[in-house]
Design a protein. Sequence first.
Length: 550
Amino acid sequence: MPDVLERLKVLFNSFNPLLVMETVEETRAVDLVRRAASDLSLPVFEWSIADGLQRSGAPVNPGPADPRRTTGVNNVNALLSQAGLPMVNIPPGMALPAPVGPSSMIVNTQSAPGVLAHIESMTTDAVFILKDLHRHLDDVVVVRRLRQVAQNFTRTRGTLVLTGPAVNLPDEVESLAEYVELPLPDAARLRKIIEETFGRLAQKQTLKCTLDPAGFDATAANLRGLTEEEAERTVAQVIVARYALSSAAVTDVLEQKKEVLRRSGMLEFIDAGAGLDSIGGLENLKAWLRKRQGAFEPDARGFGLEPPRGVVIMGVQGCGKSMSARCIAGEWKLPLVKFDSAAVFDKYIGETEKRIKRVFAVAEQLAPAVLWIDELEKVFAGSGPDSASSDAGVSSRLLGAFLSWMQDRKAPVFVAATSNNVTWLPPELIRKGRFDEIFFVDLPNAAERQAIFRLQLARRMQNPLVFDLETLIAASDGYSGAEIDAAIQSGLYAAYADKKPLTTQVLLAELKATVPLSATRAEDIARLRDWASQRAVHASLTDRAAAAFR
Ligand SMILES: Nc1ncnc2c1ncn2[C@@H]1O[C@H](COP(=O)(O)OP(=O)(O)O)[C@@H](O)[C@H]1O
Ligand SMILES: [Mg+2]
C-alpha cells in the first residue's frame, strides 16, 4: 500500500515520537516500517520479548539477486507465460524476510523496562519497532519509561512503533501517539498476492497453473474482505490442496474465506438464498425494495442515482423481519454479510470498536453488498441482558463509529437492520437521513396469513389447495408468521406419527393449542404500533393494526 508507506515517512520525518499499528498482520506492518525507514535512511531496530532488541537486517529494498529466488521466479514465470499470463515480479522483501537471529541481540534489552531504558540512552535517530509491548503496559515502570522515551523523541527523529493486535495505551502516553491503519487490500493487490503466493510455493514444489486471466480476477474478487496475510494463507491452502492453481480456486477461496471470517468471530458470510417471493405479505416493503433493484449497477450512477443506503425493519417478533433482511441480498443477487452482534461484544469489550471497524472494512471490500445487522437494539441500546449492558461507554462509542461510517462510507453497502424493540434505540440512529426508510412490520392481516400458509405449506411438500384456507386464516387471527410456521411444523409431526396426511383439522388443533404472543404481549405490541405510527412506514399494504387484537 503506497499510501501507508507515504504516511509512515511523513510521520517519521515530522518527529512523531510514537506510532501505533494495530493489526494482526505483524509481518506486513514490520515490512512497511522497514521500507519507509530505509527510504529515509533511518536505521531500524526490532524488539520482542523473545529476541530482545536487535538491529534490523537488510532493508526491503531490492538487494543483490538471490540465486534461489531468481530461479524460483523464473520457474513461475515460465509457468505463467505458458498459461498466457503476465510475468510476476516478486519483491525481494516478500520472498526472503531479512535475517534476524538471537546472536545479534543487544545486551540487557530482553525485558520491556530494559529495552526502553536502553532506547532512552541512545542518541541515534532511528525507528524502533516494539512488538506486542501492549502486553507489558500494566507495569508502571514500562509506562513511565515509554512516556519518557516518547517525550525525548518529540525533539529528535526517533520513533517508537508499537505493533500488536489491539493496543490500548494508558492516558499518559495516549496523547503522544499517532495511529496508522493498514487498509485491506484491493482487488489489484489481491491479484498480486495470488501471483506472489503461487510464485513462492512453486519454488518448493512442482505446481501447475491453469487459471486464466478472468479466473485470476474472479479469485481476487472472492478474496476481498481479507487482510493481506489472511488472503495469502487462503490462497496457499487452496493451491497446496490441489497441487495447482486452477479454475477451482475461484470457488475454493470463497469457501476458505467464509471460514476465516467466521473464525474472526463477528461476521458471518451468508449464502444469499431466496428472494422476496418467499416472504408472505409485506407488499409495501417488497415494492420499495424491488424498485431499488439494480441501483447498484454502474449504469444507475451514470443515470444520476445514488445507491440506496439502507432500511430499518422494526416491529412485532416472528413476523418476517430477519427473513426480509436476508432476502434482500437474494433478490438483488449481492453478497450478504451478517454482523454478529453477540460475538462482537463477547468477552472482548476493549476491542469492540476495532472489531466493528473491521466489519465495516470487510463490508466495503465486498461492495456492492448487503450488511445485515440483526436486532439492532442488542448492538446499540447498551441495555440488553448481555455483557454490553455493563458498559454503556462501549455502546456509545460503537454507535459513534457506526454513525460516522454510515455518513462517510465510500462503497455501496446497503445496511439492512432489524429491530424488535425500537424504543431502546438511540434517536440519532434512526433519525431521518441515516437510513432511507424505516418500515414497521405488524402481525399479518388475513391476506398475508393466506400467503404465509401457502408458502409454508408448499415449502413442506404440502399442497395448499387441499386445505380449507378460509378456516385456517380465520383461526390464525393474531398469530405471527413464525407461529403459523410452528403450527404447520408440529402438525406435520403429529400427522406423521399417526401415519396420516396433514389436514386442516390437525392444523386447527395445533393453532388452538398455542397462545399467540399477541395475546400475552398485547401491551408491548400496542406500544410498538404507537411508536411506529409517528415514525415508520407500514411494511404491509393495508393497515392491519386494529383487527389483530380481537
Ligand atoms: N411474512 C412471512 N412470510 C413467510 N414466512 C414468515 C413470515 N413471517 C415469519 N415467517 C416465518 O417465521 C420465521 C421467523 O421469522 P423471522 O423473520 O425470524 O421473524 P422476526 O420478525 O422476529 O425477525 C421465518 O423463518 C419464517 O419461517
Ligand atoms: Mg428476527
